[in-house]
Write a protein that binds this ligand. Structure first.
Ligand code: IMP
Length: 425
C-alpha cells in the first residue's frame, strides 16, 4: 500500500483516471510519472465531468499533494489552461507540485510531430500530434528545455536559441515551413513561467520524504503497457515507459519503495492508432462496443478500434509490471452480447499455439486469436452497486479471468459513477 503504482494493462484508455480518482482518497500523494497531454482522463466527480490531459486525476481531492514527476513532458500552455479551467470551476490547485527536471513540450515539438507523421504516410504511427515524441527525442539528445530553465530568463533564452538553431533548419529544409520566432516563444514562456513558478519543487525528495514518514503515494501511469517504448508493440508505441518501472525513473525513487502494482484493464480491449490488434472484433460488433462504450479518444476524439479481452496481452502486462492485482473496468458494456469471446492464446504462423506474448514482431503481426466463448448475462448492470448482486454469469466472467491469469481482481467497474465500482469478495 505505501507505494502503489497504477498502470494501464492494455493499450491505454483502460479507465485509469477514474480508478486513480477513487483511490486518491486513500493516499496522501498522487504522482504522475510519464507521458504528457497525449493522455486523457475523464473523471466524473459528483454531477460534474472533468477531462484532464496533464494534471494527475487526484487533483480533485481537496488537500491532496499531486506531483508531475520528472518523467512527464509538460506543454506549459496546456498546463496553464488546465489550471485556469479548474480554478474557474471553483477547484483549488494548491496541491500541485511540478518537478524542475520535467521537460517542456515546445511549439517546435508539436510541429515536428505532425510533420513527421505526414512524411511517414502509410507507415505513420497515428500519434496524438501533441509533440510528445519529439520532446522525448530532445530529452535524449540533450537538447531539451526543462521546467527549471524557466526560473532563469538568461538560461531560458540561451536554450531556446540553441534548440531553434537546429529546429528551424529542420522545419525549413526538411519540411519547407517558416522558421519559428525565438523571441515570441521566449515571451510566451516567461508568461507561463509566472503561473508555474509557485508549483515547482524537488518532487523526488518530496515523494521519498512522504514514503519515509509513512505516508502513502499513488504513482499514476498514463497510456498503457503495450504502448511502452521498450516493451510495447514497437514502433506503434509512445515514447516513454508507462510500465511500473517507469514510476521509479519518472519520479526519482528507488524500486524498493514500490510495494504494490495495480493493473487496470477494460473487460474488453481498445486501441487507438495503427498497429496489429489480434483480438479486434468484426466491424459490426466493434461498432456496437464503440457506441455503447463511448470509445472515442478523450484527447483527439478519434474512434477507438474495439475488440475482445486478450489474456495473452494481459499475461504479458502482469509480467512486465509485476502486477499484484487487476481492476476490470466497463464490464457493463459487454451486457449487449449473448456470448462474450475472450482471446486465450495466439496461433502463430508455424501452427504453434502460445499463451505468452510473442517476442518477435512478425509473430505478433501475424498472430491469429484463439477464442473461448463465455456465456453473456443479458442484463443491465448500471444499477448494481454490490458484487453479490451481479448476475452469476458476470461474476463468473471475472472469476474466470482471475483464474486464467492467476491474479486477483480487486475492483470491477460497471458504469461511470463512483458507486459503480464493485469489490469482488
Ligand atoms: P504519441 O504518444 O502521441 O507519440 O502517440 C504514440 C502512440 O500512442 C499512438 O498510437 C497513440 O494513439 C498512442 N497513445 C498515446 N497516448 C495515448 C492514450 O492516452 N491512450 C491511447 N493511446 C495513446
Amino acid at each position: 500500500m505505501p507505494g502503489t503504482v497504477i498502470v494501464g494493462a492494455q493499450w491505454g484508455d483502460e479507465g485509469k483516471g477514474k480508478i486513480v480518482d477513487l483511490l486518491a482518497e486513500r493516499f496522501d500523494v498522487v504522482a504522475r510519472y510519464q507521458g504528457g497531454n497525449n493522455a486523457g482522463h475523464t473523471v466524473v466527480h459528483g454531477d460534474q465531468q472533468f477531462v484532464f490531459h496533464l494534471l494527475p486525476s487526484g487533483i480533485l481531492e481537496p488537500g491532496k499533494i499531486c506531483v508531475l514527476g520528472n518523467g512527464v513532458v509538460i506543454d506549459p500552455q496546456v498546463l496553464c489552461g488546465e489550471l485556469d479551467a479548474l480554478e474557474g470551476r471553483g477547484r483549488s490547485v494548491d496541491g500541485l507540485r511540478i518537478s524542475g527536471n520535467a521537460h517542456l513540450v515546445m511549439p517546435w515539438h508539436r510541429l515536428l510531430d505532425a510533420q513527421s507523421e505526414l512524411r511517414l504516410g502509410p507507415l505513420q504511427i497515428g500519434t496524438t500530434k501533441r509533440g510528445i515524441g519529439p520532446a522525448y527525442q530532445d530529452k535524449a539528445a540533450r537538447l531539451g528545455i526543462r521546467v527549471q530553465d524557466v526560473l532563469d530568463p538568461g538560461i531560458l533564452r540561451e536554450k531556446i536559441e540553441a534548440a531553434l538553431a537546429i529546429k528551424n533548419e529542420q522545419l525549413e529544409r526538411i519540411y519547407g515551413l517558416e522558421p519559428l520566432d525565438g523571441e515570441a516563444i521566449f515571451a510566451d514562456l516567461v508568461r507561463f513561467a509566472e503561473r508555474m513558478k509557485p508549483f515547482i519543487a524537488d518532487t523526488s525528495l518530496l515523494v521519498e520524504d512522504a514514503l519515509r514518514e509513512g505516508r502513502s503515494v499513488l504513482f499514476e501511469g498514463a497510456q498503457g503497457t503495450l504502448l511502452d517504448l521498450d516493451n510495447g508493440t514497437y514502433p506503434f508505441v509512445t515514447s516513454s515507459n508507462p510500465t511500473a518501472g517507469g514510476a521509479c525513473t519518472g519520479t526519482g525513487i528507488g524500486p524498493t519503495r514500490i510495494s504494490s502494482v495495480v493493473g487496470v484493464a477494460k473487460a474488453y480491449l481498445t486501441r487507438v492508432g495503427a498497429g496489429p490488434f489480434p483480438s479486434e472484433a468484426d466491424p459490426e460488433r466493434a461498432a456496437r462496443i464503440r457506441e455503447v462504450g463511448a470509445e472515442f479518444g478523450a484527447t483527439t476524439g478519434r474512434e477507438r478500434r474495439c475488440g475482445w479481452l486478450d489474456l495473452v496481452g494481459l499475461r504479458f502486462a502482469a509480467r512486465l509490471n509485476g502486477l499484484t492485482e487487476l481492476v476490470l473496468t466497463k464490464l457493463d458494456v459487454l451486457s449487449i452480447f449473448d456470448t462474450v469471446p475472450v482471446c486465450v492464446a495466439y496461433r502463430l504462423r508455424d501452427g504453434s499455439v502460445v499463451q505468452d506474448f510473442p517476442a518477435h514482431q512478425s509473430d505478433f503481426h501475424h498472430a491469429e486469436p484463439v477464442f473461448e466463448e463465455l456465456p453473456g448475462w443479458g442484463a443491465d448492470l448500471s444499477g448494481v452497486t454490490e458484487w453479490q448482486n451481479l448476475p452469476a454469469a458476470a461474476r463468473e466472467y471475472v472469476r474466470w479471468v482471475e483464474e486464467r491469469l492467476d491474479l486477483p481482481v480487486s475492483m470491477v467497474g460497471v458504469g461511470q459513477r463512483r458507486d459503480q465500482i464493485l469489490e469482488p469478495r
